[in-house]
Design a binder for this molecule. Structure first.
Ligand code: NG6
Ligand code: CA
Length: 513
C-alpha cells in the first residue's frame, strides 16, 4: 500500500482504464446485512460452512482489508450509492420507517454511472435509504422519489429493515399487492389504545424481543414502529430470501443479452432472523447461523443462474457486508447462547455500531474470471470506492461535484500486482456521535468524541472509552493495546489528518488531465 502521500497533496491523473480489451462486464454487488468478517468459512469460520461464498473466494480475490464505510446500514448504503461519506450529510443514520428519500434525484450515483455506460440496472432486497419527498413515503400512492429516481431501472425492495414496519415489498413505485380498500398506515405512535403490540400480546409472539421491537406485531414478531392495513401486501419473513432470489434470477435472465448492474441487497442476517423453514435449525449457531446458511444458498443461486446463462465469465461480482456483526440485536434468538467458539468478527474487536475494526472490516470478495486475479489481497479497499472505480472501468466521467470521497481503486480490486488500495480510510459509526476510526497503513486512530462505544465485545452494553486511542494493526489487529501514550505525535498527526478529511468537505480530487 502506498502510505506516504497525504490525500490533499495527491494528484490524480485521469482515469484508469482497461481500454476495453473486453466486453463491459455485468456487475453484481452483493451487500449482506450485518455479516461479520469471521462469519463465512473462507474467512475462517468453522462453526458454520459457506460453500457458495467460498466458491466466490476460490474463483476471485479475497480482501483481508476490505471495508464498508460505516458500522450501520443506512450510512454505508448511502456512501456506496453516492460515493460520499454519510457523515457529510445530516440525517443519514439508521433511517426510521417513515424516512423520506435520503438521496435526491439530482445526485450523481453509482447506478447512474452504469446507466451512462448503457447498463440495465436494478436493486433487489433491502433499501433503507428512505422513500418519498420531505413529508415521507406516501404508502398508498407513488413512493417517489425512490430507487428509480437515482439510477435504477427496476427495484424490488424491503423499504427499511425487516424489523421496522411495514413488512411489505415495494415494487418500483408501489407497495406490491396493496388493496386500496385496505390502506396502509405507518406511524411512530400507537393508532389506538387497543392496538396489539409486543408488550400487550407478548405471550403470542413466535420470536420474543429482548429490547425494543415491541410495537406492532406481524407474523408473530414485534417490530419497530406501528402500522395497520395493507394486510394482503404483507410478507412472511420466512419468504424474503426466496423472493430476492426469484426476482434476481428473473431479472438476470431478462437482461442476459446486455450489460447489467444488479445491487443484490440481502436482508440476511439482520434481525428478526426468521429464515425459511428449510434452513431453520440447520446450523449449530441458532437463527443467526441459519441466516448465514440462507444467505449462502442465495449466493449459490445467483452463481448457478450466471452459469446457466453462460454469464459467469462476463460478470464481475463484489461481495461485501453493510456493517459488522451483532449478536443480540433486539430479539431472543440465542445468538449469544449458541455462539460457542464462533468469532463473528474474526480476529477483530468490535462490530456493528462502533468504529473498531469489527464494525467495518468485512468479507470483501471480487470475482471476474480471467480479469480479476485469484487469491488474497491485503490492499485497503472500501465500498465507498465502487463509484469511482467503476466509473474508471467504464470510462464514465464523474461530475466534479459528485462522489466526493470515492477513490478509484479498480486496479487493486482487479488484483493488478502493482496496484495500491487506499492510502487512508475513514470509518464512521451511525453518524451523530463524532466517533471515527482513521486508518493509515498499520496505524489506526480510534476517536471517541462521545467517550463511549457500544457492542465492543459483541454485547450491546455501552463501554467507556478514552477520546483518542492508537493501535498498530499489524502487531495488534484486535486493537487491544492502546499506544497513544507511547506515540503522541502519531496521535496528533492522524487526528489532524482526520480533521482535515472532515473539514475539507471532500477527499476525491478533481481530475487533472
Ligand atoms: C437499531 C435496532 C436494531 C437494528 C438497527 C439498524 C433497536 C433496539 N435496535 O436501532 O435492531 O434495527 O437499529 O440496523 O431498535 S441496520 O443494520 O439497519 O443499521
Ligand atoms: Ca446492517
Amino acid at each position: 500500500m502506498c502510505r506516504c502521500i497525504p490525500f490533499f497533496f495527491a494528484v490524480v491523473f485521469g482515469c484508469y482504464s482497461f481500454g476495453f480489451g473486453h466486453e463491459k462486464p455485468n456487475v453484481i454487488v452483493i451487500m449482506v446485512d450485518d455479516l461479520g468478517y469471521g462469519d463465512v468459512s473462507c474467512y475462517g469460520a468453522h462453526s458454520v460452512r459457506t460453500p457458495q461464498i467460498d466458491r466466490l473466494a476460490k474463483t476471485g480475490l479475497r480482501f483481508t482489508s476490505g471495508y464498508c464505510s460505516a458500522s450501520t446500514c443506512t450510512p454505508t448504503r448511502y456512501s456506496l450509492l453516492t460515493g460520499t461519506y454519510a457523515f457529510r450529510k445530516k440525517g443519514t443514520g439508521v433511517a426510521p420507517p417513515n424516512s423520506p428519500a435520503l438521496i435526491q434525484p439530482d445526485v450523481f450515483t453509482l447506478p447512474k454511472i452504469f446507466k451512462r455506460a448503457g447498463y440495465a440496472t436494478a436493486v433487489i432486497g433491502k433499501w433503507h435509504l428512505g422513500l418519498g419527498g420531505a413529508s415521507g413515503p406516501n404508502w398508498n400512492g407513488e413512493l417517489k422519489p425512490g430507487p428509480l429516481d437515482i439510477g435504477f431501472d427496476h427495484s424490488l425492495i424491503l423499504p427499511t429493515t425487516n424489523d421496522r414496519v411495514p413488512q411489505v415489498y415495494v415494487n418500483d413505485y408501489r407497495v406490491e399487492n396493496l388493496d386500496p380498500r385496505d390502506p396502509l398506515w405507518v406511524g411512530d405512535k400507537t393508532p389506538s389504545e387497543d392496538h396489539p403490540t409486543g408488550v400487550t400480546h407478548r405471550n403470542t409472539l413466535k420470536m420474543d424481543w429482548s429490547h425494543g421491537h415491541n410495537q406492532t406485531i406481524h407474523n408473530g414478531i414485534g417490530r419497530i414502529g406501528f402500522y395497520t392495513g395493507g394486510v394482503k401486501a404483507r410478507f412472511r419473513d420466512e419468504d424474503l430470501a426466496d423472493r430476492w432470489v426469484d426476482e434476481s434470477l428473473r431479472w438476470i435472465e431478462m437482461h442476459k443479452e446486455r450489460p447489467f448492474f444488479l445491487f443484490f441487497a440481502s436482508h440476511d442476517l439482520h434481525v428478526p432472523r426468521m429464515v425459511h423453514e428449510r434452513f431453520q435449525g440447520k446450523s449449530s449457531l441458532g437463527p443467526r447461523g441459519d441466516a448465514i446458511l440462507e444467505l449462502d444458498w442465495s449466493v449459490g443461486q445467483i452463481l448457478d443462474s450466471l452459469e446457466k446463462h453462460d454469464l459467469s465469465e462476463k460478470t464481475m461480482i463484489v461481495f461485501c457486508s453493510d456493517n459488522g456483526p451483532v449478536l443480540d440485536d433486539g430479539y431472543k434468538d440465542e445468538a449469544i447462547e449458541r455462539l460457542g467458539g464462533h468469532k463473528p468478527a474474526g480476529p477483530f474487536r468490535g462490530g456493528k455500531y462502533n468504529v473498531f475494526e469489527g464494525g467495518t472490516r468485512t468479507p470483501f470478495i471480487v470475482t471476474w474470471p480471467e480479469h480479476v486475479s485469484h487469491g488474497v489481497s491485503e490492499e485497503v479497499v472500501c465500498t465507498i470506492d465502487l463509484a469511482a472505480s467503476f466509473a474508471s472501468l467504464l470510462q464514465v466521467e464523474l461530475p466534479d461535484d459528485s462522489c466526493l470521497d470515492s477513490m478509484n481503486v479498480m486496479e487493486a480490486l482487479m488484483g493488478k500486482t502493482s496496484a495500491s488500495g487506499r492510502d487512508f480510510l475513514v470509518q464512521q459509526d451511525n453518524g451523530a456521535s463524532g466517533n471515527f476510526g482513521y486508518r493509515e497503513g498499520k496505524w489506526k486512530l480510534v476517536r471517541h468524541k462521545s467517550r463511549r462505544a457500544t457492542n465492543v465485545e459483541l454485547r450491546l452494553n455501552p463501554t467507556e472509552m478514552s477520546e483518542l486511542q492508537l493501535f498498530d494493526l499489524e502487531e495488534d489487529p484486535n486493537e487491544s493495546d492502546d499506544l497513544s501514550e507511547r506515540f503522541p505525535e502519531e496521535v496528533e498527526r492522524l487526528n489532524k489528518a482526520l480533521e482535515d478529511v472532515i473539514e475539507a468537505g471532500r477527499t476525491r480530487l478533481v481530475t487533472t488531465e
